[in-house]
Design a binder for this molecule. Structure first.
Ligand code: PBG
Ligand code: ZN
Length: 328
């Protein structure tokens, strides 16, 4: 009780605060998302995400070198294909855009860990994460047939040199299907980072501009989770763990920190938080208007993810964070 206890004693000096700090943000915590498009010399900045670009493979390689130079250990690749079709050919074709970008990055920067998003929404004309029944206008993706395409996609990504497979479509059984596909192709050492607890969120809006992956009708609520549910996240991660997931992801991050905490408590796997596009764009908009101190606000947010139990953070702020941590 006061006056015996005065918590302010340990806050009285910057060095003292440093000594008793419970959490730390380091460059090693980050995975930086990149978007590959066909062409050469292409760098299209996306209106709704200032500082984020669609990049052709040559530019992705430049970017990968910069990211590695900043000390960030990993990128995650998304792709915008030349064309879209119902079989999502661009996702699993050996000459797909993500496969090409992966090969090029691994050749130029072999020590940069390349994670790849394994989903179909960027590659289907309707923008849903798998097969739809003919005539379906609601977006109720057919689960089991979609698993076959995801398997094929993961194997071709692994063939291209991907270090981590990150399936994001929230199909039931997708971790198990991909694990068996990878194992059958002798990729038993390639880990799976499952988007285990991924919510149907409005925070994905700007991402869909960059990835050109907005559903053309319906929405993703028949496969992504209901924001009202917390316990269900635990059920999802238990299934993914049983199916062989190596890492778990919670997405979005900021409005779902309770879920990050619960997932960390409930599992012994590394937990990643995806600080998604809408979270990024809101901060950017405020910062560009001079309404907030961008560096302080972003660093506080990143620290909050660590405090919530995240081991890894996927963030569009990653390069800025790396620079700030270096004092640049
Ligand atoms: C879809 C996918 C989404 C994101 C990554 N992969 C969401 C969606 O469109 O449903 C969102 C990432 C972000 O908002 O930054 N498989
Ligand atoms: Zn998808």
């Amino acid at each position: 009780m006061f006056p015996t206890h005065r918590p302010r004693r340990l806050r009285s000096h910057p060095q003292l605060r440093r000594m008793v700090r419970e959490n730390v943000v380091t460059t090693s915590d980050f995975i930086y998302p990149l978007f590959a498009v066909p062409g050469e010399g292409v760098a299209n900045e996306v209106k709704s995400m200032p500082g984020v670009y669609q990049l052709s493979v040559d530019k992705i390689v430049e970017e990968a070198k910069e990211v590695y130079g900043l000390g960030i250990p990993s990128i995650i690749l998304f792709g915008i294909p030349e064309g879209k079709d119902d079989d999502a050919t661009g996702a699993w074709h050996d000459c797909g855009i993500v496969q090409k970008a992966t090969e090029a990055v691994k050749k130029a920067v072999p020590d940069l860990i390349v994670a790849v998003d394994t989903c179909l929404c960027e590659y289907t004309p309707h923008g849903h994460c798998g097969y739809l029944e003919v005539g379906d206008l609601t977006g109720r993706v057919l689960n089991d047939p979609t698993l076959e395409l995801l398997k094929k996609t993961a194997v071709s990504q692994a063939n291209a040199g991907a270090d981590i497979i990150a399936p994001s479509g929230m199909m039931d059984g997708f971790v198990g299907a991909i694990r068996s596909g990878l194992d059958d192709a002798s990729f038993e050492n390639i880990p799976i980072m499952s988007y285990a607890a991924k919510y149907a969120s409005s925070y994905y809006g700007p991402f869909r501009d960059v990835a050109e992956s907005a559903p053309q009708f319906g929405d993703r609520r028949t496969y992504q989770m209901d924001p009202a549910n917390g316990k269900e996240a635990i059920k999802e991660i238990e299934l993914d763990i049983a199916e062989g997931a190596d890492m778990l992801m919670v997405k979005p991050a900021l409005a779902y920190m309770d879920i990050i905490w619960r997932v960390k408590e409930a599992s012994n796997l590394p937990v990643a938080a995806y600080n998604v596009s809408g979270e990024y764009s809101m901060v950017k908009a405020a910062a560009l208007n001079g309404w907030v101190d961008e560096e302080k606000l972003v660093m506080e947010t990143m620290m909050s993810f660590k405090r919530s139990g995240a081991d890894l953070i996927l963030s569009y702020h990653a390069k800025d964070v790396a620079r700030w941590l270096k004092g640049q």
